[in-house]
Design a protein around this ligand. Sequence first.
Ligand SMILES: [Zn+2]
Length: 84
Amino acid sequence: MSAVSWRDIDPKDAAGLDLSSSPEIDAPLNEMGERCPWPWGPQRLVDVPMGQYHCPECGAMVLAGVPHLDYREDDGDDGVREGA
Ligand SMILES: [Zn+2]
């Protein structure tokens, strides 16, 4: 049994969710290894020229118009690799 991924939840269905209190839903981690409570913000910013900015929810560096980056380091499947 695998947890539900936040990526499988549409932003319009995510209103009211708080992943910091929903352990059954997988959430992206910021650079500090903390779960983002509401990671659907960045991907909704498709018409703004913001580029990189800090997620207002968890402080992670993310990209406007792109799904929230995941800074977890404990698996290499689809996480963002820093350094190297
Ligand atoms: Zn975040």
